[in-house]
Design a protein around this ligand. Sequence first.
Ligand SMILES: N[C@@H](CCC(=O)N[C@@H](CS)C(=O)NCC(=O)O)C(=O)O
Length: 234
Amino acid sequence: MTIRLYGTRLSPYVEKVARAIELKGQPFEVVSPRSPLELKRLNPQTSKMPVVDFDAERFYDSTFILRELETRYPQPPLLDSGSNCAAAQRLLEDWCDESLYWHVMALRACERNAAATVQQVAGVLAPWARPVAKAVIPRQLAAMTRAQGFGRLPYEILVEEMGLRLDDLVHLLAERDFFYSDRPSIADLAVYAQLHTARSGPTPECESLISHRPALLAHCERVEEVCFKASAAR
Ligand SMILES: N[C@@H](CCC(=O)N[C@@H](CS)C(=O)NCC(=O)O)C(=O)O
């Protein structure tokens, strides 16, 4: 079985899928689309990454991909065996994908960080696609975050809200190694992935907020360690 993951690991959703495949101990290759047009060809339904080919079968959307991965490789499970705990893990994954993502995106798109974000995003495209991307991405970022709503908030509020949500994560994790469980699940991968993007460079305020919460840093390290061990054991 060949697993091909299309996307760049700068995207939290691609990172989430990459970590999940690592956790399953499966080999895979990452193929970075060189332009938005290429992404559209790979995924005509949503034009978004990640896209995964399991041999010749193609899947899109990180949540659907993780579900398919779980069906094909049930061990180790990515959800708790108890239905209450699994429900909490699914909800946390969804909150990370649909809400925490926008907290990070609004800070990536804000006036003081937009140039660094554009530089980062355009940098993974083919050289010929970069000038157009640099012209288009700032407007796209602003339009998306304004449409969602967070992009209309003042910078100070965005930073404060980000800190409060990180505090919530610290409380949810409490004394456990992983969210709601002693084993990593889709919830841990989703939290890890959003924090990974938040710590990738263009949002220094996110890096500072996370670095002041050692429980979250330790959680990130634990996720990396279990993924590394699972990959090394295959
Ligand atoms: N719900 C989707 C979200 C995927 C998504 O938003 N991907 C972004 C990158 S972070 C993307 O491909 N954006 C390209 C675009 O909107 O044109 C998932 O979980 O896979």
